[in-house]
Write a protein that binds this ligand. Structure first.
Ligand SMILES: [Zn+2]
Length: 266
């Protein structure tokens, strides 16, 4: 019963994606998050999960007025990646956190992903997918209707299409939103361009190492410059004294580094 009603729900509002309510968005997101969490290895350490959720919530409650029940999870993978699912489910890879040197850099990635949720970029993607096979795939992706092996492969394709390949414009918007949220949350927004720079530098040193990340996140010097320019335009009194790093963050990183190595990627 429930499966059928979810399918009807998606098909119905699929036609008018702009009218997707927050409740529908959360229902879709929760269903998809459940599937993801069955497939991806997550860091289960309670203290680490608590830390990333406290940090994430401190930004999200400022960013989004909808009072979503946000969830932040660390994916136990050495690859660099981060992604957001509608409804407020954010995933950040261990490999990304390990490359960050300060609190504000991890907060920058989180702020960017929160921006995708708040600006409802995935919902817009759904709208664009209307009339293509991707629309059908999304029904599978966003509900548990197609729970078999063949659809699992589709889920991966659909998921990367829906939640990873945002347009350049969406990426810029998420960057801009991220800067604003961070300042409002009292965190130095320079973490955003700094994290980008760390990844770009690594790509220059070791081409290929960050392929997964760069496939889904268009990232060039110009995007770093755009973030820096946005920050430079902020009134100096707004950026003065913002948090760059903390002992708690460094303890969090040390605890993460002390975990057994990530399982090999599947
Ligand atoms: Zn993005």
């Amino acid at each position: 019963m429930r499966r059928i009603s979810l399918l009807v729900l998606v098909l119905t509002f699929g036609l008018t994606a702009c009218a997707v309510s927050t409740q529908q968005e959360v229902e879709m997101g929760a269903g998809y998050a459940q599937q993801i969490e069955r497939q991806l290895p997550l860091v289960e350490d309670a203290e680490l999960t608590r830390y990333i959720n406290v940090l994430g919530d401190s930004i999200a409650r400022i960013a989004d007025a909808r009072n979503l029940d946000w969830s932040f999870r660390i994916v136990d993978s050495p690859d660099v990646n981060a992604f957001a699912i509608p409804g407020g489910f954010i995933y950040i890879n261990r490999g990304l956190i390990e490359r960050a040197t300060s609190l504000s850099q991890v907060a920058g990635v989180i702020g960017h992903e929160i921006g995708h949720v708040t600006m409802r970029h995935s919902i817009k993607q759904m709208q664009k997918a209307q009339g293509t096979n991707l629309g059908v795939t999304l029904v599978c992706v966003l509900t548990s209707v197609c729970n078999n092996e063949a659809s699992q492969a589709m889920i991966n394709i659909g998921a990367s299409a829906a939640f990873a390949s945002f347009s350049r414009q969406d990426e810029d918007e998420a960057d801009a939103e991220g800067v604003t949220y961070m300042v409002d949350a009292g965190i130095d927004p320079s973490g955003i361009p700094e994290m980008f720079q760390i990844l770009l530098d690594e790509r220059t040193r070791k081409p290929g190492a960050l392929d997964t990340w760069f496939r889904s996140h268009p990232l060039e010097e110009s995007r770093i410059e755009a973030s820096k320019a946005r920050i430079a335009q902020l009134p100096p009194e707004r950026v003065r004294g913002l948090t760059r790093d903390s002992q708690n963050f460094q303890a969090f990183k040390a605890r993460l580094a002390a975990l057994p190595p990530s399982p090999p990627s599947r």
